[in-house]
Design a protein around this ligand. Structure first.
Ligand SMILES: Nc1ncnc2c1ncn2[C@@H]1O[C@H](COP(=O)(O)OP(=O)(O)OP(=O)(O)O)[C@@H](O)[C@H]1O
Ligand SMILES: [Mg+2]
Length: 304
């Protein structure tokens, strides 16, 4: 495969644009008052630790999956995506353009809501912990006797705060108080409709959508889907053919990496161990496979 140079990002300046924020995976640059440029790197973390190496094409895969969902869900709610073409960065030299091809998304700048909109169809992660302790998830009472990773009778909205360090669970009432009743109702109904769409589409390709996080923002008074949507980074995707309650489910994207790390005597604290190149390639192929399954094609910028 050509053009598989890894992009780790975190460049303070890109084609004259200033880096505003670097998350675990994405870098955000300021374009103008109304637009931002998202650059999705190949950075990868496992067990909450950032690896030193990147996964070839991972950023392209995540970007193209998010872009695909933005197109597919426009009938449910407008979104922030403007373009995934590099035309908005005319000053790029050709080598840099090749490296960035497929990793960028020009978006409309929004005022993000102060809530993250998590929807769960199955019970795992922090939801399982709260259920074990109190029989609730985000204060929503659930029936007794649910099994770990079990399916909920119907999907539930389990909002969280949007904090720098740890997002904290909010009851739906607390979320409503934070954002106001009108915005809450719009975001709630969009979240549920998007989750239902995601569930149905992914089911067809053998993927269970266990839970996912949406973000919304306001642009000129209109509520818009922002950030990323229904990617393996913002969701739990479980392979349906290996699904069983009462145990951890394999992760659709990162299992090869996690399994490898489990063979080491590493305490899961930084620094991360060095990853062998054949492992990086196998994980990369896994991401490309997921991308093809969802979008029907390999991402832009990947030449096979
Ligand atoms: N269209 C938009 N306009 C303004 N802000 C946006 C837009 N889309 C997303 N954002 C914000 O950009 C930020 C993206 O940050 P990102 O998720 O990459 O890193 P993080 O939240 O700091 O850390 P993590 O990597 O753990 O998620 C979020 O705060 C999100 O709300
Ligand atoms: Mg984030």
């Amino acid at each position: 495969m050509q053009n598989d140079a890894v992009y780790l990002g975190r460049e303070k300046e890109l084609a004259g644009l200033k880096l505003l924020h670097a998350g675990k995976v994405r870098d955000i640059y300021e374009v103008d008052r109304d637009h931002l440029l998202f650059v999705i790197s190949d950075r990868v973390s496992a067990f909450d630790v950032l690896m030193s190496e990147g996964i070839p094409h991972k950023g392209r895969v995540l970007n193209s999956i998010a872009a695909w969902w933005f197109e597919q869900t426009r009938d449910l709610i407008p979104n922030h995506m403007v373009s995934t073409s590099l035309d908005c960065l005319p000053g790029l030299d050709p080598a840099k353009a090749e490296l960035l091809q497929g990793r960028t998304m020009l978006v409309r700048r929004a005022k993000p809501t102060t809530v993250e909109w998590v929807v769960r169809g199955y019970i795992a992660g922090s939801g399982w912990k709260e259920y074990g302790a109190k029989g609730t998830v985000c204060g929503i009472p659930l029936p007794a006797g649910l099994e770990f990773c079990g399916r909920l009778a119907e999907p539930i909205l389990t909002p969280t705060t949007k904090d720098e360090v740890h997002d904290m669970p909010l009851t739906p009432d607390e979320a409503r108080d934070k954002v106001g009743a009108e915005l809450f109702e719009k975001a709630r109904s969009a979240s549920m409709a998007l989750f239902e769409r995601g569930t149905r589409v992914l089911e067809e390709i053998g993927v269970l959508l266990a839970d996912t996080k949406f973000e919304f923002g306001e642009i000129d008074g209109e509520l818009v889907l922002i950030d990323e949507a229904l990617t393996p980074d913002s969701s739990r995707f479980w392979p349906v053919d290996q699904y069983a309650t009462g145990k951890n489910q394999p992760s659709f994207d990162k299992q090869i990496l996690r399994d490898y790390l489990e063979t080491l005597t590493w305490d899961k604290e930084p620094p991360a161990p060095t990853l062998p190149s054949d492992l990086l390639e196998r994980v990369s192929n896994r991401y490309l496979e997921i991308c093809e399954k969802i979008t029907g094609t390999v991402p832009s910028g990947v030449t096979v």
